[in-house]
Design a protein around this ligand. Structure first.
Ligand SMILES: Nc1ncnc2c1ncn2[C@@H]1O[C@H](COP(=O)(O)OP(=O)(O)OP(=O)(O)O)[C@@H](O)[C@H]1O
Ligand SMILES: CC(=O)N[C@H]1[C@@H]2OC[C@@H](O2)[C@@H](O)[C@@H]1O[C@H](C)C(=O)O
Length: 372
């Protein structure tokens, strides 16, 4: 059967770098991943992108230069994917490039609001000689939606149709849940952001131990959960709001955490409490929204945090909690593959959003094209 080759690029809210996959898509848009590559951000670029999540001096200039630097990292990932798969650029129909979210305020201010991904698709097209599809979120926001999460439609393609209701939990910088009805159930796929993923965990261990993340969750696993802090963290209106809803570093950021800390807490206990908080946000939302779920498939880098996974299983004793590996897609490849799929959907003029998820007034083709 004829397949189309696409590349997907994602740099998410954890700001760890660019993930890319090269995948073959069949006529129904089902992917087979052939190569995966990751490039960490140079430290200066990471610091600048992180800083651009908040207001600061000369943001337009700094944002434009950061977008250029991001495109150079993306071009390196594309080059690596081509080498790993043994393909030439002209064998690839398109690259789907998410860009770097630095602000996410849909529906606010003037009623439309905005979601802002720094990106330079023109430069990427110039560097790699492949069509680039980008700007996936703004059409959904223009149609009254949250612009996020976008992965539920993709999750339905690759993980949907199981015998029992299943859910997918993406644990990136932020966390989002997709709720998949069982095979034969005509109910729509649902999904929403459920709270922070790794962003606060990463911030805390970076500040206290100078490490970018808690490898395997080992530091957090050795701490004690502080019930008072956990209660203060969980007392956040976003967590109780009904979907559609999405969030980002605009809300769950270091000042948000620091405002809820009390002096004298051992730093390791704070890490343990943050891990319990992240797991609780997802578990409570899942139980509230889809109590019949039997399987939880986790993806994103948080799926490699064994402490987080243990906490999720403990909070959801009646569910099978595992990673998307068991469904054929390794956790670190899911999001990049989703953006390859969104580019595939764009090329076929198929909608990428789900109004039930984002709250948009209707299905929309998402993205904009920069030809090679
Ligand atoms: N071995 C590991 N142990 C613990 N945590 C890990 C490990 N590997 C990755 N992580 C965590 O996963 C994060 C990266 O996850 P991922 O790449 O899914 O994020 P992202 O692309 O920014 O996602 P999103 O767009 O959903 O926010 C790291 O910042 C780290 O916190
Ligand atoms: C605005 C934005 O970039 N949102 C991200 C972020 O990271 C996780 C969560 O918050 C999710 O809503 C989204 O990413 C995934 C890929 C999505 O749109 O489905």
């Amino acid at each position: 059967m004829d397949t189309e080759v696409l590349i997907g690029l994602m740099s998410g809210t954890s700001l760890d770098g660019v993930d890319g996959v090269l995948a073959h898509f069949d006529a129904a848009g089902r992917p087979q991943v052939r190569a995966h590559a990751h490039r960490p951000f140079p430290a200066a670029l990471r610091d600048e992108l992180l800083a651009l999540n908040q207001s600061g001096a000369d943001e337009l200039h700094r944002g434009a230069l950061s977008a250029n630097a991001l495109a150079e990292v993306q071009a390196q990932v594309v080059a690596e994917l081509l080498v790993r798969s043994g393909l030439a650029a002209d064998a690839v129909r398109a690259v789907g490039s998410h860009g770097q979210t630095v602000r996410h305020r849909p529906g606010e201010f003037d009623g439309t609001g905005y979601t802002l991904q720094l990106n330079q698709p023109a430069l990427l097209a110039e560097r790699c000689g492949i069509d680039v599809v980008s700007d996936f979120r703004s059409r959904d926001v223009a149609a009254g939606g949250q612009g996020a999460p976008l992965v539920p439609a993709f999750h339905a393609v690759v993980f949907g149709g199981q015998a029992c209701p299943a859910a997918v939990l993406n644990l990136g910088g932020m966390a989002n849940l997709t709720l998949l009805p069982a095979a034969g159930d005509p109910a729509p796929v649902r999904g929403f952001d459920c709270g922070p993923g790794n962003a606060l965990l990463d911030f805390w261990i970076q500040q206290e131990l100078g490490r970018p993340y808690d490898e395997g969750g080992r530091w957090g696993a050795g701490g004690r959960v502080d019930p008072a802090l956990l209660a203060r963290l969980l007392d956040e209106p976003f967590l109780r709001a009904a979907p559609p809803k999405s969030t980002g570093r605009d809300l769950f950021n270091p000042p948000w955490l620091l405002a809820r800390l009390t002096p004298g807490l051992p730093p390791q206990d704070v890490q343990a409490t943050l891990a319990e908080f992240t797991a609780s946000c997802a578990a409570e939302a899942l139980v509230a929204q889809a109590p019949d779920t039997t399987t939880l498939l986790c993806c994103g880098g948080g799926a490699l945090n064994q402490d987080l996974m243990r906490r999720l299983q403990a909070l959801l004793p009646d569910l099978r909690v595992g990673s998307t590996d068991s469904a054929g897609l390794p956790p670190l490849q899911v999001e990049a593959t989703a953006f390859a799929w969104l580019a595939w959907a764009f090329l076929h003029r198929q909608p990428g959003n789900r109004p039930e998820v984002t709250g948009a007034v209707g299905l929309r083709v998402l993205g904009a094209l920069h030809p090679a």
